[in-house]
Design a protein. Structure first.
Ligand SMILES: [Zn+2]
Length: 253
């Protein structure tokens, strides 16, 4: 290799890294519903489209929708009550609550734009207020734009990794920093969603202390082969309950 070509490589690598940072800065915006500044590189319409497109496949992975219309109506009733009494109503998102037939996996999750899912296995363990807590938490992920944020973060880290591997052979190291960052964001996402969930429960007239019961149910249900979405990003359950208590005190439940 020609002498000095490594300098050019490092220069190009640094240029790519600089580009990633500039792009991330220009993609920063304040979330009007949470007040939090975050990196987003898609519109609300795109979030809704991603959610609507992915929903059937997600449902299929959980045995499809639960066949009993009455239980589905009940999930809709609680979900809509949360939306109608909170800032969720003022967002462009199109909320759709799905009860999944899966009676083995204890889980609930949200796709960007308003598609919310709960498995029958989890649903069957909850009273109405606890269901409101779970759905409120998932609405929190939608309003917090957590999926969109994570997509933007991962494209940022992909660009950084590319720059690093051009400049040197350090792609692996930077790649692992990226992973950690994603996980850290994940923990923050869960805590923000818990807090929003508590707020939405209070707004809709539910007892927010039932959110603490939800945490206990999830903790009890989580065996070695069951990692519910609620625990997938591993905030310490006790820490989470403590934060929920703080949120209840903050919003005057
Ligand atoms: Zn969550």
């Amino acid at each position: 290799m020609r002498r000095g070509s490594w300098k050019i490589r490092i220069f190009i690598g640094l240029a790519i890294v600089a580009f990633a940072f500039i792009q991330r800065c220009s993609n920063k915006e304040e979330n009007p519903y949470t007040g939090r500044e975050q990196t987003i590189n898609m519109t609300s319409e795109q979030e809704i489209a991603i959610g609507v497109q992915s929903a059937p496949e997600i449902a299929q992975q959980h045995g499809g929708l639960y066949p009993d219309e009455r239980l589905q109506s009940f999930v809709d009733f609680v979900g809509e009550k949360l939306v109608d009494n909170s800032i969720a109503r003022e967002t462009p998102y199109e909320y759709d609550f799905h009860l999944l037939a899966d009676d083995q996996t204890i889980n609930a999750f949200a796709l960007p734009g308003g598609q919310v899912f709960i498995t029958y296995a989890l649903f069957s363990q909850l009273n109405e207020a606890q269901l409101a807590g779970v759905l409120g938490h998932e609405i929190g992920h939608v309003i917090g734009r957590h999926s969109a944020e994570r997509i933007a973060e991962s494209s940022f880290w992909q660009t950084i990794t590319m720059g690093a591997s051009v400049g040197a052979d350090a792609g692996g190291i930077v790649g692992s920093i990226g992973q950690n960052t994603l996980l850290k964001n994940g923990r923050g996402d869960e805590l923000e969603s818990d807090e929003l969930g508590v707020l939405f429960m209070i707004n809709a007239g539910y007892d927010p202390t039932e959110m603490i019961e939800v945490m206990k149910i999830l903790k009890a249900a989580a065996g070695p082969n069951r990692v519910p979405e609620f625990q997938s990003s591993h905030p310490d359950p006790e820490n989470r309950i403590e934060k929920i208590r703080e949120a209840i005190a903050k919003y005057g439940g």
